[in-house]
Design a protein around this ligand. Structure first.
Ligand code: ATP
Ligand code: MG
Length: 140
């Protein structure tokens, strides 16, 4: 996969709070094109696998419980410099530190329940996209 794609999830807190539409509007306004999208729910096992890199962290159990607590929206987004520009659009992990106007500043509740996920590298964007989508579900 080229460096112009990133992977995102609208997390269970933001879905529950009714923010799917507003977050997708911010993503579109940020210049990202949606090339794949689904409304789905992660099992605890799948959430654990997705965030396996954090398995040694003290918040891992909480993170897995939260990410499997309700439906999410998973999507692949296309834009030049997608990974880095999307991290800028969503803001810092902790909404208290997120720049004004960013998605996390507007919609996140806490460092744990922080509204959206964004891939942190081109390599992980490809891995995370393949975790959620078959090639036949991606339309560029
Ligand atoms: P994400 O990977 O979800 O886009 P991120 O890259 O900004 O978020 P990471 O360090 O990868 O942040 O952490 C993954 C997720 O784990 C965070 O988004 C958050 O939901 C949760 N998390 C991170 N740090 C904490 C913490 N100190 N306490 C509780 N949950 C945390
Ligand atoms: Mg991360």
């Amino acid at each position: 996969m080229s460096g112009n794609r990133t992977f995102t999830m609208i997390k269970p807190d933001a879905v529950k709070a009714g923010h799917i539409g507003a977050i997708l509007a911010d993503i579109a306004a940020g210049g990202f094109k949606i090339v794949a999208m689904k409304y789905t729910k992660l099992s605890a096992e799948k959430a654990g696998e997705f965030y396996a890199v954090h398995s040694a962290r003290p918040f891992y159990g909480e993170l897995v419980d939260f990410m499997s607590s309700g439906p999410i929206v998973a999507a692949i987004l296309e834009k030049e410099n997608a990974v880095s520009d999307f991290r800028t659009l969503i803001g810092a992990t902790n909404p208290a530190d997120a720049a004004p106007g960013t998605i996390r500043a507007k919609f996140a509740k806490s460092i744990g329940e922080n509204a959206v996920h964004g891939s942190d590298s081109d390599e992980n964007a490809a891995i995370e996209s393949a975790f959620h989508f078959a090639g036949t579900e991606i339309f560029s």
